[in-house]
Ligand binder design. Structure first.
Ligand code: AMP
Length: 401
């Protein structure tokens, strides 16, 4: 069974074609600069490539080109699109409307578009891509949507509500939704499998640390709390996002700088975080390099992230009344051995003891990095959101037969 996975943004359409018989990637790529000019970069499993400028006025032309490279020319991998059994789409915001992977209908696309107010950067482009996909992909091919927020719909009310007047929730749907759910679900299950345990018996803190970062308490396979909130701005300090701050600081800075709500939102989302604190870069590697040179603000930004992760691990252990495992994933979590060592240092009271030697230099591999006598296991678990979307899509399509 071949499944096409789509991750659409406002100007890009990333894709992976997977063979679900062995879960291998047949081809992957990105249609970029949609609405600007257009470019496609496509690579097959055996190293054939397409890397050309195109004209992509809308997502429809990008899909047409995608079908073209998959089925025609030197880097083709399909005789026809009929070989694809289903298309799985990543959707950022499902709010309280979608708590699970769902089959696409016109009504579902409209509902996703209606949620755009809660995820302005993502949901409308997702809806555009879904309409475009419907136009271009054979009508008989089922399309499925997998939501970043769905995994967190199990959070109890006391965890997802804010202390605002209740009408903010009732009228404007303001609450914690949480994000990266597809990743947290994938890595926590992969961890349980690697530990040889039933996920129902585990209390896990899942640390997805990348350009955007979120930390989730996974108890018995369910998200019970997570660090991102109403939007992906909340939680720990990130590449360009500030993470959790006192809401009064927002109104204070906006009035000092004379910023409108949308300008202030840009300030918090695009100019803050690592970039804002260090004044150097949003990228962890640049920050580490500057920190090694002794740059004080780069050191500070790194220390802030480490401190905040520690606090989340401690608080989630408290609310779960225990902890079996901590996992690190995402670009930083999978690769930054020094961050993992710093976070796990002085955590013996919680039962966390790292094997410094195993951790050192460990990058991007599924690996236990805690010491044999550590009460809590610590793991690096590479994430693979596309694979989870493909698995979900396959499962839903098969359940319809
Ligand atoms: P992601 O958003 O998951 O792709 O992660 C991006 C972040 O991971 C960036 O801040 C990168 O600097 C960081 N990253 C990627 N590779 C490494 C590495 N080898 N060591 C440290 N950080 C890394």
């Amino acid at each position: 069974m071949k499944i096409l996975v789509i991750n659409a943004g406002s100007s890009s359409l990333k894709y992976q074609l997977l063979d679900m018989d062995d879960e291998s990637v047949i081809a992957k790529g990105n249609c970029d600069r949609i609405g600007i000019d257009g470019h496609i970069k496509h690579t097959t499993f055996d190293g054939r490539t397409v890397d050309v400028d195109c004209t992509f006025p809308t997502h429809t032309e990008a899909f047409e080109k995608l079908v073209d490279v998959l089925t025609k020319g030197d880097a083709s991998v399909l005789k026809s699109m009929d070989e694809i059994s289903a298309v799985g789409h990543r959707i950022v915001q499902g709010a309280e409307v979608f708590d699970r992977t769902t089959l696409v209908t016109d009504e579902v696309i409209k509902q996703i578009d209606d949620l755009a107010e809660l995820a302005p950067v993502h949901n409308h482009p997702h809806a555009l891509a879904l309409w475009a996909c419907k136009k271009v992909i054979p009508e008989t091919t089922p399309q499925v949507v997998v939501f970043d927020t769905a995994f967190h719909q199990t959070m109890p009310e006391k965890a997802f509500m804010y202390g605002l007047p209740y009408e903010c929730y009732e009228k404007f749907h303001v609450r914690k939704y949480g994000f990266h759910g597809t990743s947290h679900r994938f890595v926590s299950q992969a961890l349980a499998d690697a530990m040889g345990k039933d996920i129902k018996d585990l209390k896990i803190v899942s640390c997805h640390l990348g350009n955007g970062s979120s930390i989730t308490a996974v108890e018995g396979g369910k998200s019970i709390d997570t660090s991102m909130g109403f939007t992906p701005l909340d939680g720990v300090i990130m590449g360009t996002r500030c993470g959790a701050i006192d809401a009064s600081a927002v109104t204070f800075v906006a009035s000092k700088l004379g910023l409108s709500p949308s300008e202030m939102s840009d300030y918090l989302n695009k100019k803050s975080g690592f970039l804002g604190v260090s004044g150097i870069s949003s990228d962890n590697r640049d920050l580490s390099a500057a920190a090694h040179e002794g740059d004080k603000r780069a050191i500070l930004a790194g220390e802030m992230l480490r401190y905040e992760i520690k606090k989340y691990i401690g608080s989630y252990a408290a609310v779960m009344n225990g902890l079996d495992a901590v996992l690190f994933t995402g670009g930083i979590g999978e690769n930054s051995d020094d961050l993992r060592a710093d976070v796990c240092r002085d955590m013996e009271y919680l039962g966390i003891k790292l094997d410094e030697k195993v951790n050192e230099g460990m990058r991007g591999k599924l690996m236990k990095i805690s010491a044999p006598d550590s009460k809590v296991e610590v793991w690096v678990v590479p994430t693979n959101e596309e694979l989870l979307i493909a698995r979900d899509t396959k499962a839903l399509v098969e359940s319809m037969k």
